[in-house]
Ligand binder design. Structure first.
Ligand SMILES: Nc1nc2c(ncn2[C@@H]2O[C@H](COP(=O)(O)OP(=O)(O)O)[C@@H](O)[C@H]2O)c(=O)[nH]1
Ligand SMILES: [Mg+2]
Length: 263
Protein backbone atom coordinates (compact mmCIF):
# COMPACT_ATOMS: atom_id res chain seq x y z
CA UNK A 1 0.00 0.00 0.00
CA UNK A 2 1.47 3.40 -0.93
CA UNK A 3 1.52 6.07 1.77
CA UNK A 4 -1.11 8.84 1.88
CA UNK A 5 -1.38 11.80 -0.51
CA UNK A 6 0.22 15.05 0.65
CA UNK A 7 -0.87 18.41 -0.76
CA UNK A 8 1.85 21.08 -0.71
CA UNK A 9 0.43 24.62 -0.70
CA UNK A 10 3.08 27.35 -1.08
CA UNK A 11 1.96 30.73 0.20
CA UNK A 12 3.29 34.24 0.05
CA UNK A 13 0.72 36.87 1.03
CA UNK A 14 -2.36 34.72 0.55
CA UNK A 15 -4.23 35.80 3.71
CA UNK A 16 -7.39 36.39 1.68
CA UNK A 17 -7.28 32.99 -0.03
CA UNK A 18 -5.72 30.45 2.30
CA UNK A 19 -8.82 29.53 4.29
CA UNK A 20 -10.94 28.83 1.23
CA UNK A 21 -8.13 26.93 -0.48
CA UNK A 22 -7.58 24.69 2.54
CA UNK A 23 -11.33 24.14 3.02
CA UNK A 24 -11.75 23.14 -0.62
CA UNK A 25 -8.76 20.81 -0.50
CA UNK A 26 -9.92 19.16 2.73
CA UNK A 27 -13.34 18.43 1.23
CA UNK A 28 -11.94 17.07 -2.04
CA UNK A 29 -9.26 14.92 -0.40
CA UNK A 30 -11.58 13.55 2.27
CA UNK A 31 -13.65 12.12 -0.59
CA UNK A 32 -10.70 10.94 -2.72
CA UNK A 33 -8.54 9.55 0.09
CA UNK A 34 -10.82 8.59 3.01
CA UNK A 35 -7.97 6.48 4.44
CA UNK A 36 -6.04 9.68 5.16
CA UNK A 37 -4.24 12.67 3.62
CA UNK A 38 -2.09 15.61 4.70
CA UNK A 39 -2.06 19.28 3.74
CA UNK A 40 1.24 21.16 4.19
CA UNK A 41 1.21 24.94 3.90
CA UNK A 42 4.73 26.24 3.10
CA UNK A 43 4.79 29.90 4.08
CA UNK A 44 7.78 32.18 3.50
CA UNK A 45 7.08 34.53 6.44
CA UNK A 46 4.31 36.35 4.55
CA UNK A 47 4.08 39.95 5.78
CA UNK A 48 0.25 39.83 5.57
CA UNK A 49 -0.03 37.19 8.29
CA UNK A 50 -0.85 34.17 6.10
CA UNK A 51 1.34 32.03 8.38
CA UNK A 52 -0.72 32.95 11.45
CA UNK A 53 -3.94 31.99 9.68
CA UNK A 54 -2.34 28.73 8.54
CA UNK A 55 -1.32 27.97 12.15
CA UNK A 56 -4.92 28.51 13.21
CA UNK A 57 -6.12 26.11 10.50
CA UNK A 58 -3.55 23.53 11.62
CA UNK A 59 -4.75 23.82 15.22
CA UNK A 60 -8.34 23.26 14.11
CA UNK A 61 -7.71 20.42 11.66
CA UNK A 62 -5.29 17.59 12.51
CA UNK A 63 -4.55 16.81 8.83
CA UNK A 64 -3.20 20.35 8.23
CA UNK A 65 0.35 21.45 9.14
CA UNK A 66 2.56 24.43 8.38
CA UNK A 67 6.20 24.71 7.39
CA UNK A 68 7.41 28.21 8.28
CA UNK A 69 10.41 29.45 6.35
CA UNK A 70 12.34 32.54 7.42
CA UNK A 71 11.97 34.63 4.27
CA UNK A 72 10.88 34.77 0.69
CA UNK A 73 12.94 32.51 -1.57
CA UNK A 74 10.63 31.79 -4.48
CA UNK A 75 8.21 29.08 -5.48
CA UNK A 76 10.78 26.40 -6.41
CA UNK A 77 12.64 26.40 -3.07
CA UNK A 78 9.31 26.44 -1.16
CA UNK A 79 8.14 23.34 -3.04
CA UNK A 80 11.48 21.57 -2.58
CA UNK A 81 11.27 22.11 1.18
CA UNK A 82 7.67 20.84 1.18
CA UNK A 83 8.56 17.77 -0.90
CA UNK A 84 11.44 16.85 1.42
CA UNK A 85 9.15 17.17 4.44
CA UNK A 86 6.44 14.96 2.87
CA UNK A 87 8.86 12.32 1.55
CA UNK A 88 10.47 12.03 5.00
CA UNK A 89 7.02 11.23 6.37
CA UNK A 90 6.19 8.46 3.92
CA UNK A 91 4.00 10.28 1.42
CA UNK A 92 2.71 8.01 -1.34
CA UNK A 93 1.57 10.84 -3.63
CA UNK A 94 2.50 14.52 -3.63
CA UNK A 95 0.37 17.35 -5.05
CA UNK A 96 1.39 20.87 -6.10
CA UNK A 97 -1.39 23.48 -6.09
CA UNK A 98 -1.47 27.29 -5.98
CA UNK A 99 -3.12 28.72 -2.87
CA UNK A 100 -4.88 31.56 -4.71
CA UNK A 101 -7.83 29.44 -5.98
CA UNK A 102 -6.64 29.66 -9.59
CA UNK A 103 -6.51 25.89 -9.31
CA UNK A 104 -9.86 24.40 -8.29
CA UNK A 105 -9.35 22.02 -5.35
CA UNK A 106 -12.30 20.02 -6.70
CA UNK A 107 -9.94 18.82 -9.47
CA UNK A 108 -7.57 17.13 -6.98
CA UNK A 109 -9.35 13.73 -7.13
CA UNK A 110 -9.02 13.53 -10.93
CA UNK A 111 -5.27 14.13 -10.68
CA UNK A 112 -4.97 11.47 -7.98
CA UNK A 113 -7.02 9.00 -10.05
CA UNK A 114 -4.65 9.40 -13.00
CA UNK A 115 -1.61 8.60 -10.84
CA UNK A 116 -3.34 5.71 -9.12
CA UNK A 117 -4.12 4.39 -12.61
CA UNK A 118 -0.41 4.25 -13.45
CA UNK A 119 0.92 7.70 -14.33
CA UNK A 120 4.12 8.86 -12.63
CA UNK A 121 2.91 12.45 -12.91
CA UNK A 122 -0.56 13.85 -13.64
CA UNK A 123 -0.47 17.43 -14.96
CA UNK A 124 -3.48 19.68 -14.62
CA UNK A 125 -3.48 20.96 -18.20
CA UNK A 126 -4.97 24.17 -19.56
CA UNK A 127 -4.10 23.16 -23.09
CA UNK A 128 -5.43 19.59 -23.21
CA UNK A 129 -8.82 19.08 -24.85
CA UNK A 130 -11.45 20.18 -22.33
CA UNK A 131 -9.05 22.43 -20.42
CA UNK A 132 -8.89 26.21 -20.55
CA UNK A 133 -8.27 29.58 -18.96
CA UNK A 134 -11.36 31.37 -17.70
CA UNK A 135 -10.45 35.01 -17.68
CA UNK A 136 -7.03 35.99 -18.93
CA UNK A 137 -6.51 38.81 -21.38
CA UNK A 138 -5.00 38.16 -24.77
CA UNK A 139 -1.49 39.28 -23.75
CA UNK A 140 -1.15 36.93 -20.80
CA UNK A 141 -2.63 34.04 -22.78
CA UNK A 142 -0.08 34.62 -25.52
CA UNK A 143 2.84 34.69 -23.06
CA UNK A 144 1.72 31.47 -21.36
CA UNK A 145 0.97 29.62 -24.60
CA UNK A 146 4.19 30.90 -26.13
CA UNK A 147 6.16 29.73 -23.07
CA UNK A 148 4.70 26.24 -23.26
CA UNK A 149 5.27 26.10 -27.03
CA UNK A 150 8.87 27.28 -26.67
CA UNK A 151 9.70 24.75 -23.93
CA UNK A 152 8.00 21.97 -25.86
CA UNK A 153 10.01 22.71 -29.00
CA UNK A 154 13.34 23.13 -27.23
CA UNK A 155 12.91 19.99 -25.11
CA UNK A 156 11.19 17.99 -27.87
CA UNK A 157 8.45 16.61 -25.66
CA UNK A 158 4.79 16.16 -26.46
CA UNK A 159 3.36 17.84 -23.37
CA UNK A 160 0.98 20.72 -24.02
CA UNK A 161 1.08 22.47 -20.65
CA UNK A 162 4.69 22.51 -19.47
CA UNK A 163 4.50 25.59 -17.26
CA UNK A 164 1.42 24.77 -15.19
CA UNK A 165 1.73 24.20 -11.46
CA UNK A 166 -1.24 21.94 -10.62
CA UNK A 167 0.27 18.47 -10.39
CA UNK A 168 0.22 15.11 -8.68
CA UNK A 169 3.41 13.03 -8.47
CA UNK A 170 3.81 9.44 -7.44
CA UNK A 171 6.30 9.75 -4.53
CA UNK A 172 8.70 7.32 -6.23
CA UNK A 173 9.12 9.86 -9.05
CA UNK A 174 10.25 12.63 -6.70
CA UNK A 175 12.80 10.23 -5.22
CA UNK A 176 14.13 9.40 -8.71
CA UNK A 177 14.74 12.90 -10.10
CA UNK A 178 17.47 14.24 -7.78
CA UNK A 179 15.55 17.16 -6.28
CA UNK A 180 18.53 18.76 -4.46
CA UNK A 181 20.06 19.76 -7.83
CA UNK A 182 16.92 21.60 -9.02
CA UNK A 183 17.83 25.30 -9.18
CA UNK A 184 14.98 27.08 -10.97
CA UNK A 185 12.49 29.25 -9.10
CA UNK A 186 9.39 30.07 -11.14
CA UNK A 187 7.83 28.76 -14.36
CA UNK A 188 11.10 27.01 -15.24
CA UNK A 189 10.72 25.02 -12.02
CA UNK A 190 7.54 23.46 -13.35
CA UNK A 191 9.13 22.72 -16.72
CA UNK A 192 12.19 21.22 -15.03
CA UNK A 193 10.26 18.80 -12.83
CA UNK A 194 8.10 17.56 -15.69
CA UNK A 195 11.09 17.16 -18.00
CA UNK A 196 13.09 15.25 -15.38
CA UNK A 197 10.08 12.96 -14.85
CA UNK A 198 10.02 12.16 -18.57
CA UNK A 199 13.79 11.63 -18.66
CA UNK A 200 13.47 9.14 -15.80
CA UNK A 201 11.02 7.16 -17.93
CA UNK A 202 7.79 7.73 -16.03
CA UNK A 203 4.51 8.25 -17.92
CA UNK A 204 3.14 11.80 -17.77
CA UNK A 205 -0.60 12.26 -18.28
CA UNK A 206 -2.38 15.56 -18.93
CA UNK A 207 -5.72 15.98 -17.16
CA UNK A 208 -7.77 18.93 -18.46
CA UNK A 209 -8.39 21.73 -15.96
CA UNK A 210 -9.84 25.22 -16.19
CA UNK A 211 -7.54 27.84 -14.67
CA UNK A 212 -9.19 30.93 -13.12
CA UNK A 213 -7.44 34.17 -12.41
CA UNK A 214 -7.08 34.96 -8.74
CA UNK A 215 -9.96 37.05 -7.33
CA UNK A 216 -7.99 38.33 -4.34
CA UNK A 217 -4.41 39.30 -3.63
CA UNK A 218 -1.65 39.94 -6.13
CA UNK A 219 0.42 37.67 -8.38
CA UNK A 220 3.99 37.08 -7.14
CA UNK A 221 5.35 36.19 -10.55
CA UNK A 222 7.38 38.78 -12.41
CA UNK A 223 8.93 39.34 -15.79
CA UNK A 224 12.22 38.30 -14.22
CA UNK A 225 10.74 34.88 -13.42
CA UNK A 226 9.39 34.52 -16.97
CA UNK A 227 12.76 35.52 -18.42
CA UNK A 228 14.49 32.99 -16.16
CA UNK A 229 12.56 30.32 -18.04
CA UNK A 230 13.78 31.38 -21.47
CA UNK A 231 17.45 30.82 -20.66
CA UNK A 232 17.04 27.92 -18.22
CA UNK A 233 14.92 25.72 -20.46
CA UNK A 234 17.63 25.02 -23.09
CA UNK A 235 20.09 24.17 -20.28
CA UNK A 236 17.61 21.61 -18.90
CA UNK A 237 18.19 19.33 -21.87
CA UNK A 238 21.64 18.53 -20.56
CA UNK A 239 21.27 18.91 -16.81
CA UNK A 240 18.10 16.82 -16.41
CA UNK A 241 19.59 13.63 -17.83
CA UNK A 242 22.65 13.85 -15.62
CA UNK A 243 20.47 14.49 -12.59
CA UNK A 244 18.30 11.46 -13.23
CA UNK A 245 21.38 9.24 -13.71
CA UNK A 246 22.96 10.51 -10.49
CA UNK A 247 19.75 9.66 -8.64
CA UNK A 248 20.11 6.06 -9.82
CA UNK A 249 17.44 6.19 -12.50
CA UNK A 250 18.00 5.39 -16.14
CA UNK A 251 17.73 8.48 -18.26
CA UNK A 252 15.65 7.70 -21.29
CA UNK A 253 15.12 9.64 -24.43
CA UNK A 254 12.21 11.81 -23.36
CA UNK A 255 9.36 10.29 -25.25
CA UNK A 256 5.95 11.70 -25.98
CA UNK A 257 3.81 11.77 -22.90
CA UNK A 258 0.57 9.94 -22.96
CA UNK A 259 -2.28 12.36 -22.58
CA UNK A 260 -5.56 11.83 -20.91
CA UNK A 261 -8.66 13.54 -22.12
CA UNK A 262 -10.65 11.83 -19.41
CA UNK A 263 -12.71 14.57 -17.83
N1 LIG B 1 6.21 30.00 -0.07
C1 LIG B 1 6.21 30.74 -1.20
N2 LIG B 1 5.11 30.76 -2.00
C2 LIG B 1 5.14 31.53 -3.11
C3 LIG B 1 6.26 32.31 -3.48
N3 LIG B 1 5.97 32.94 -4.66
C4 LIG B 1 4.72 32.56 -5.00
N4 LIG B 1 4.21 31.71 -4.07
C5 LIG B 1 2.89 31.05 -4.07
O1 LIG B 1 2.83 30.27 -5.26
C6 LIG B 1 1.51 30.26 -5.78
C7 LIG B 1 1.53 30.79 -7.23
O2 LIG B 1 1.95 32.15 -7.23
P1 LIG B 1 1.17 33.30 -8.01
O3 LIG B 1 1.68 34.59 -7.54
O4 LIG B 1 -0.30 33.08 -7.90
O5 LIG B 1 1.66 33.04 -9.50
P2 LIG B 1 0.83 33.20 -10.85
O6 LIG B 1 -0.43 32.41 -10.68
O7 LIG B 1 1.72 32.65 -11.92
O8 LIG B 1 0.56 34.67 -10.98
C8 LIG B 1 0.67 31.10 -4.84
O9 LIG B 1 0.07 30.24 -3.89
C9 LIG B 1 1.72 31.99 -4.17
O10 LIG B 1 1.33 32.46 -2.89
C10 LIG B 1 7.41 32.30 -2.60
O11 LIG B 1 8.42 32.95 -2.82
N5 LIG B 1 7.31 31.50 -1.49
MG1 LIG C 1 -1.77 32.66 -9.24
Amino acid sequence: MPGPPWLILPTYDEAENIEQAVAGARAALAAAAPEGFRILVVDDASPDGTGVIADRLAAAHPEVEVLHRPGREGLGPAYLAGFAHALDRDAGFVFEMDADLSHDPADLPRLLDAVRAGAGLALGSRYARGGGIADWGAARRAVSRGGSWYARRVLRVDVRDLTGGFKCFRAEVLRAIDLPTVRSHGYAFQVELTYRTLCAGFPVVEVPIVFRDRRRGRSKMSWRIAVEATWLVPALRHSARGAVQRAGGHAQAARPARRSDVG
